[in-house]
Design a protein around this ligand. Sequence first.
Ligand SMILES: [Zn+2]
Length: 319
Amino acid sequence: MLNAKGATAKVTPHIHAATKDGHTAEESTTIPGPLTMLSRALRWLAQGVELVPIQYRTKHFVSGFGPNREHITDEESARYWWGERSCNLGVVCGSGLVCLDFDDSAMFESWLRRGGRALAKDTLIEQTTRGYHVWFFTDAPIASGPDELCEIKARGAVIMSAPSIAPSGWVYSVANDTLPLRVDANQFFSLLSNPQTIESLSAGRVRSAVPSVVQIIKGGATVDCVKREFAIYDMARDVLRAQGFELQSSDDVGRYFIGRCPFHDDSNPSFFIDAELGFWRCRVASCAGARGGDVINLYGLAHGLSNVEALRELARELR
Ligand SMILES: [Zn+2]
């Protein structure tokens, strides 16, 4: 089990009861020290997780930040928001990070009884005002939504994380202090319904191949690189083919192409690319593709990713 440097591992009776032989409470509390907002923030960043500052003792995002707005991705900003300023700590879900949000402890205990105990001792669990947050990394394409016992928080969700302070004054605590377990995509739904069937997982995210968003954004080179390496023609052809459509040339020089739009129910060829400028758009004003853009947001729109996520995936393919 990994412990955060300088963080206190607080083991609640629930989790302690959930631990199995050979794993004692003493082992989970070996590293004393302050559980500071900053140390937790840096730990999330080190896992490639993006953060959002939330106003102190509230659940309101600091202006300009939010699930679909600005995120914190670098240590310097984290030191400002969680070191100098007193903010609550928001963790951005999605991009492989999923939180099972158990609204009350009865639901959480049902999950433990159903077979979650073995997992509970090995993954990050936080205690909230009334319930628990159980964290996992997974490559499964998970959408946010309700499940039988918990709410699944994935893309588009920001979760308030320990040691944030609720409006009531309750301090979110770490109930099991380790990194989120990594769960294979094909095992994720067993995690909810049949957790005892999951075995031999490892904690933490494999990050070697994933450039951080900071690297991507600070090194504008990566954006240029992606645009240079992924031709809009190839990308558009693949996106259209996935829907059974084909691009057709609309001039004699191989610059302009059209096809049926993959983003709305299109009977005309409304989808258009300029292969020379690396630009695409859909001619139908009500279509999600009406504004068009470049190879990055085409990939993002086609795969349900934000531009940053699309950029990260494409940059990874270049490595
Ligand atoms: Zn369209």
